[in-house]
Design a protein around this ligand. Structure first.
Ligand SMILES: *Cc1c(COP(=O)(O)O)cnc(C)c1O
Length: 394
């Protein structure tokens, strides 16, 4: 079998606009007319292929982006949302009912952790948190009422690599679903191809790559996507976190350059990680041979896209982390900012920012140092010069 290549899948797509535009037209309409009343009834019943009803359900521009993302993931279908959190929460709420149980990685995006830990108890949905690299712990945590195993492909901010094929085996053996947040590693990892059932994204990050929009996506089987937007009981349809079609249109254009950007982020991050190591810094990057997930990542990745753009260094204390970040910002290495996947380098002190929802005690237990500085390495053309500037800040 030929290796799956997400960039090739996207390259082969062409959507034309009205008047032969090379970009698809933007449909900025909330509602749609029907030539006959029966077609409207059929559309409500889900039996009118190609018809659009109302843009909270489907919008043609959102459909182009969803179809492109489904191609990239190798799934039957996709649906785009107004944020990454909307994608994650809708997909989870679609799968789980009151009384159900979820096994989740303890190292997830802070908002995801807060949703699982603080919000789901409202619905009597229980979550067991496990170390995502401990397969025995995952297996042992599964209970008769478990519906879902949740993990990030590469975790935030500790950069642990999930063994998606093995975790998928555990899910399949128990007849439950595996959902993977692939925000850090679009194109690099293809979770669905590795056995995951549902892939979720914050497109705010690498996929869009411009930091001008908040957006998300859910990719999976047609049946699951249909269930999400069922007019009677679909979580996405009823909670309504739809993406604006103007944004879909701009994100779709950015998706076509994602492969080039991922390669450059990876190249720059690999260079910096090696240099940081030479300096004797405690650096975590899955591209380094000594990283605990390096071999595993080699075995599951689409290698031409590299090891990703995120590096974590441990400055030991929050004070040291703050000092270097401020100096780097002064010298225009990048910005002190949360988020990632931007063309400029961004850095933040995870413990006091994006992971601050995780209690300090839990942070310590999962190995999140108070001095951890997460770098989202930018697309710098001269990364050697960037490195020299960073070295002056240390
Ligand atoms: C940012 C992020 C999210 C949340 O996405 P939003 O678009 O901010 O709602 C979820 N997961 C990961 C890994 C993220 O980095």
């Amino acid at each position: 079998m030929d290796k799956f290549n997400p960039a090739y899948e996207i390259q082969n797509l062409s959507f034309f606009g009205e008047f032969g535009g090379v970009n698809p037209s933007i449909t900025d309409s909330a509602t749609y007319t029907f030539l006959g009343a029966q077609t409207m009834t059929d559309t409500f019943d889900g039996n009118a292929e190609g018809c659009f009803l109302y843009s909270r359900h489907w919008n043609p521009t959102n459909k182009y982006l969803s179809d492109a993302l489904a191609k990239m993931e190798g799934t039957e279908a996709g649906w785009v949302t107004g944020s990454g959190m909307a994608a994650i929460t809708c997909a989870i709420l679609q799968l789980c009912n009151s009384g159900d149980h979820i096994v989740s990685s303890v190292t997830t995006y802070g908002g995801t952790y807060a949703f699982l830990k603080n919000y789901l108890p409202k619905f009597n949905i229980e979550v067991t948190f496990i170390d995502p690299t401990d397969l025995d712990a995952i297996e042992n945590a599964v209970k008769p009422n478990t519906k879902l195993i949740y993990t990030e492909a590469i975790s935030n901010p500790l950069l642990q690599v999930a063994n998606i094929p093995k975790i998928a085996d555990i899910a399949n053996k128990n007849g439950i679903k595996l959902m993977v947040d692939n925000t850090f590693t679009p194109m690099i990892i293809s979770p669905y191809k590795l056995g995951a059932h549902i892939v979720v994204y914050s497109m705010t990050k690498f996929i869009n790559g411009k930091n001008d929009a908040v957006a998300g996506a859910i990719c999976g089987d047609q049946e699951f996507i249909n269930s999400l937007i069922n007019v009677n009981d679909g979580t996405a349809m009823l909670l309504g976190p739809v993406l604006d079609p103007m944004r879909s249109s701009s994100i779709l254009k950015n998706l076509y350059t994602l492969h080039i950007r991922m390669k450059q982020h990876s190249k720059n991050a690999t260079y910096l990680a090696k240099k940081f190591k030479e300096l004797g810094l405690k650096v975590s990057y899955p591209g380094l041979p000594e990283h605990a997930g390096h071999e595993l990542l080699n075995s599951i990745m689409n290698e031409e896209f590299g090891y990703g753009g995120i590096i974590a260094i441990d400055m030991k204390t929050k004070e040291a982390a703050t000092a270097i970040m401020e100096k780097m910002q002064e010298k225009n290495v990048g910005y002190i900012a949360v988020s990632l996947g931007y063309f400029k380098t961004l850095f933040s002190n995870s413990g006091s920012s994006t992971s601050s929802e995780v209690p300090l005690e839990t942070q310590a237990k999962m190995g999140l140092s108070p001095g951890l500085v997460r770098f989202s390495v930018g697309l710098d053309n001269d990364i050697e010069q960037t490195y020299k500037t960073i070295a002056e800040c240390l």
